[in-house]
Design a protein around this ligand. Sequence first.
Ligand SMILES: [Zn+2]
Length: 406
Amino acid sequence: MKTIDQIAERYVKLSLKIGQHCENYVDAYYGPQDWQPAAKPTRLSQLKNEALMLLAGARNVCTQDCDEKHHRMTFLLAHIKASVTYINQLQGNHLDFHSECKALYDVQPPKFDESHFDAVLATLHDLVPGEGDLNQRLDAYRQEFKVSTDKLDAVFGAAIDEARKRTLAFIDIPEDENFNVELVDNQVWSAYNWYKGDSYSLIQLNTDHPIFIDRVIDLAAHEGYPGHHVFNALIEKHLVNGKGWMEYAVYNLFSPLSLLAEGSANYGIEVAFPWHERMQFESEVLFPLAGIPAHKAELYYRIQSVLHQLSYVDNMVAQRYLDGEVDTKQAVALLMKYALSTEQRSHQRLRFIEQNRAYVITYNYGQDLVKEFLASKVDNTNQAQLWRGFSDLLSRPRTGSMMQAA
Ligand SMILES: [Zn+2]
């Protein structure tokens, strides 16, 4: 019988081999260098056999004697299953959207259609200044809230310092943790955290499209503190270095871990910056630094909070587009009408959907699930308790169904 450590090592090696077939697959790896595969990629059919054998071996590991072992194995098993699904996908066998959500991210997100979003659009009609087409009105209204590229360093720097300060007051991460920020272009995402190990992240911001002021705290918290940078640093500290659980030294993008990573990074924005504190920091610090009149913050953020209710539009469009129910033109029209994104932005979003498929659910449903899970565990109106619950979840990760079962 194999031990969990042996299964974990095989999982890491399998993941790295899958990564040779798709450059986005392995998002981070900081385990032993001699676990890297030979230069010549293994054939997909052979990889599939390896993955199925690993799955059978993993199912044979007995964990009934210990809760911690059981938790670890449940999480690992969901990841091995996701690897099998992803190899199938690389072989051209795609599941329908909702089956893919379950197979790769271990959840079944709720389904919303136009009638749900129409109600949100009606609220926005009343809230956004101006007349006529809502998408154009919103676009015109937002122009004033762009952060110009020459101010981006200062504005983003202030936001990340504040997010870091707020996070480190409650979460204990290694003292030598650090990050660099780089401006890049020509990407399907708006920002990315590349975790390099040893508590270090490279955070990239994409300047293809303007960055609006609301994105500044979102990105600082999501990519940095208490988002991806902190999550990865906690995993490395507690699980990889502390317990020697090597399956955590690799982070596969298309796996259940992403639901928690994106979900907690999004929910972490609100944990670090509750509404009133955020409003104060925006109007006293960020708006002045960006040269935007501070008295305009209140309405802008009221509109943003309603816009947030449109985040599930991505799932609706991705499902219809990937399941072949709508074509490119119809998908862009749906994004423009219901996500209220410009035509150019909608095309970029569709490229993101093509590249990442059901991954879109990790942001919205991931966020809601993390929020619900924590509300069931701690008093989320008590800041210290909420931070403790948040930090515990990041240090002892759960998949979607593990959060739902708790
Ligand atoms: Zn993210």
